[in-house]
Design a protein around this ligand. Sequence first.
Ligand SMILES: [Zn+2]
Length: 217
Amino acid sequence: MSPFPENLLSGYQNFVTQRLPTEQSRYRELSQKGQSPEVMVIGCCDSRVSPEVIFDAGPGELFVVRNVANLVPVFQPDDNAHGVSAALEYAIQVLKIKHIVVLGHAQCGGIKAFVDDIEPLSPGDFIGKWMSMFVKPGETVSQREHETRQQFVTRIEKAAVLRSLENLMTFPFVKTRVDAGKTELHGAYFGVAEGSLSIVDQTTNEFSKVYQGALAS
Ligand SMILES: [Zn+2]
C-alpha cells in the first residue's frame, strides 16, 4: 500500500496541535447534538476555491457540495442516482437550511472545457456530459461580437451560477421553502487572483464586488 501523502500528515499534525485545541469543545458539541448549519454552499471542485477558507467557516457552519463548475441539475426524479439532488434533499428536508449559496469562480476548468468544446478526456466523457446540463434544449452558447475570449469565459462562469440558481427552483421542496421565505438563494463569484468576492443582485442578476476597497490590488 502506498504511503499516505506526507503533506496531509503534516497538515493533520498542525490541525491537532494548533486548531483542534481551540475547537475541541465545538467538535464535541457537534458530535453530541449533530450538525445544524444554516448555510449550504454549492461550489466547484477547484482546489483554489474552498468555501470554508473563503468564508472563514468553522466546523458545523457550512453544508458543502462541490462538483465540476458548481452546477445544479434540473429536478429530475428517475431511476438514476443524483448526488447534488440527494445533498439538496438532505439540506432542505432535514437540516432546514436557511441559505443556499452557489459559488462560481474565475478560471473554472469545467467552464473552459465547455466553451472550448474539448475532446472527451476518457471514453465516458463524464465532464462533457456533466457540463452539457448547463445548456437548455435548443439553446446555443457562443462568443459575442466585440467580446474578448476572456470576457466570454467570465460571462459563462457567471451564467453557470445564475443557471444553477434557476435550476434550484425546479426542486419542489426548494421552491416551497423559498416561496415561504424560509430559505433564501444567493449567487456569488470568487476572483481567484485577487481573492475578490462578487454577489448576485437578485433583481438585476448583476454581480458586484463586496469589500472591494479592502482588497490588495
Ligand atoms: Zn471550477
